[in-house]
Design a protein around this ligand. Sequence first.
Ligand code: PBG
Length: 324
Amino acid sequence: MDQIQFRRHRRLRKTAAIRSMVRETHLRPEDFIYPLFIVEGENKKNEISSMPGVFQISLDLIKNEIDEIAALGIPAVILFGVPDEKDDCGSGAYVDHGIVQEATKVIKEHAPDMLVAADTCLCEYTDHGHCGVIKDSYVQNDESLELLVKTAVSQAKAGADIIAPSNMMDGFVAAIRKGLDEAGFHDIPIMSYAVKYSSAFYGPFREAANSTPQFGDRKTYQMDPANRLEALREAASDMEEGADMLIVKPALSYMDIIREVRNEFNAPIVAYNVSGEYSLVKAAAQNGWVDEKAIVMEMLTGMKRAGADMIITYFAKDAAKWLG
Ligand code: PBG
């Protein structure tokens, strides 16, 4: 064999020590944001049937949950409210004693260092399950913005550290930035769901958040999975409007988009490892078909390698344990 020339890549893979030394991407518990679903009532811990290991919890159980998350080194949670009452304009999203507002107060009082991101959307609070106000069977952009601004301001008043608008109305970052600034919240960052595809991977979340649209779909406001240039336009407008961080969602089928957004924009990039991605892994793991730990760590590492700085994931607690 000594007549041919080739490069010996395997030199750097020979032992665990050298593999570790040349490893390019590292997962840390600090990278994770853990989603929490808050329900009304007391002593409720309802497992979501399509998401084994993920629960809707009531306000009185939040402190324990936060202690567990903090002990694992996870710095942030993102809150979703699951209210008992819904109406056509989603008023539960912006009333002072709304479920997310109350949960935020409890968390910030109990654990001031835990970062609370509030998902700012209406779909969990509207009886029709759409993310905005409906007229003539169409989700109205500008009217929905007003309600979204009210929601964001009330979340900030309750103590939220980060506002995470997800309803995909045009101009939501500009409107929320203006609303927050006028209310004196200049220092509250916006983590925008800048690139959010209309995805079948949100199915289990809609069970968790009880937010399935009662008619139609979200295709007039969420993006077509086939589009890449549109993602860059969405991210560009959110940056111009004042977004501080950009979310790409879902993650696994959109790794190319995470990379492009990372390359194009100078802002922290967040990958949302969504509910359906969680459920796929859980189902296969429960059948003994895949090695759950290895699969999860490979997926999360892939998201960081693709360019994500942070990952919103239902696996946050498991992954932090495995890392620890
Ligand atoms: C609210 C919202 C959704 C998700 C996050 N925020 C659902 C949707 O748009 O239908 C999905 C998250 C997940 O699937 O894990 N609009």
